[in-house]
Write a protein that binds this ligand. Structure first.
Ligand code: GLU
Length: 367
């Protein structure tokens, strides 16, 4: 059985004063322990380090400065982890604290190391309790409240489910606090159908994520073939109900898992450092024939990247840029600028040691 990634948002982990919501955590840990006893493999991704640190330091409001947010997280993280460890040990489970960053995951060897560590912990029946390493990274503090981290972890461990526990019942058709006609969206089969919803603005006032980052996280995980549910972790029994297949919150159906683990890493973990604009012929060859991208098909190079960096590949059509793919470029931006639009023979004359493909098809993933 594959792991189940359960993410707990700041709003259910800590209250407004930064005290741990021990009643909520105790209940969720009980449900996690039950899963564990049943032979399942839960993995926890938790926010709340900043909130807890604010409580300890008696900070009246969430600090604005990134340095203070990072420091608050450093104060809170150990204390937060202790709560999980205590609650889960009482229930017969061993836990491990794991702190990750996007930057770690953007290097393939580090990504594989993280996967190896998590896989070994799970084979020992130890529950990983994961947070972002906020001392060195700021991604999830700025936006996301660990929603992306949870989706990345789900992809990393090849989870069978991703469950995002928050303090509202799921994704609504409108902001339920403002619109009495707002309804829960029970099932999402296509993200295109969500375009009309004002998801960006219907965020929870607590934490740095809100609904938007949850939907993006769901999009990431479902594209990797992992069904995702956004549901209310404050309500007793939610986790158990979701895993029993009962109707809870908003369920995003898994897409077809069409990418290898390498391509998932490329798509979601490796940051892009630039953009290649390609012509219509190259775009068609890449999209329909899964072909490699040659310098001859590139019309513009944006950004300043090194060979081996990831780049976005876009097609210019009808006066607008259309996302096409992401890939690892064999040329630096400076080298590629010298040879764009040139056929392979001419490229070899200018750059004798260069590879023929600007982006090889094996290192390219369609949007
Ligand atoms: N890593 C952060 C935490 O544990 C994420 C949540 C936030 O932005 O407040 O607090």
């Amino acid at each position: 059985m594959a792991p189940i990634v359960i993410k707990l948002g700041s709003s259910i982990v800590a209250d407004d004063r930064g005290e741990v919501r021990i009643d909520v955590l105790t209940r969720i840990c009980e449900e996690i322990a039950e899963l564990h006893r049943a032979g399942r493999q839960p993995v926890v991704v938790t926010s709340g380090a900043i909130a807890r640190g604010m409580g300890v330091m008696a900070l009246p409001i969430r600090p604005r400065g990134m340095d203070e947010l990072q420091a608050a997280s450093a104060v809170g993280q150990g204390k937060l982890y202790q709560v999980y460890d205590g609650l889960l040990r009482e229930r017969g489970m061993q836990t491990a604290q794991v702190l990750l960053t996007f930057f770690d995951m953007s290097a393939r060897t580090h990504y594989l190391n993280a996967r190896q560590t998590l896989t070994t912990l799970l084979s020992w029946r130890v529950l990983p309790v994961i947070n972002e390493n906020d001392t060195t990274a700021t991604d999830e503090i700025s936006f996301g409240d660990n929603d992306f981290l949870a989706a990345q972890v789900a992809v990393l461990v090849g989870a069978e489910e991703l469950i995002l526990l928050t303090d509202i019942d799921g994704l609504y058709t409108a902001d339920p606090r403002l619109d009495p006609d707002a309804r829960i969206v029970a099932e999402v089969d296509s993200f295109a159908a969500l375009r009309d919803l004002e998801i960006g603005h219907t965020t929870s006032p607590l934490g740095s994520g809100g609904m938007r980052s949850k939907v993006v996280a769901a999009e990431m995980a479902t594209a990797a073939g992992i069904p995702t549910t956004i549901c209310n972790g404050v309500r007793p029994g939610t986790l158990t109900a979701v895993l029993a297949g009962e109707r809870e919150g908003t369920r995003f159906a898994a897409g077809e898992a069409r990418y290898s683990s390498f391509k998932l890493w490329l798509k979601y973990a490796k940051p892009s450092r630039g953009t290649l604009v390609v012509d219509a012929g190259a775009a068609r060859a890449v999209r329909e024939g899964s072909a490699s991208l040659l310098p001859v098909g590139v019309t513009d190079v944006r950004g300043d990247f090194d060979a081996g960096d990831a780049v976005e590949i876009v097609e210019r059509r009808d006066g607008a840029s259309h996302a096409l793919a992401k890939g690892i470029c064999n040329y630096s931006a400076a080298e590629l600028r010298q040879v764009i639009g040139l056929k392979s023979g001419a490229v070899r004359e200018l750059l004798p040691r260069a590879t023929e493909e600007a982006v090889h098809r094996d290192y390219l993933v369609l949007d």
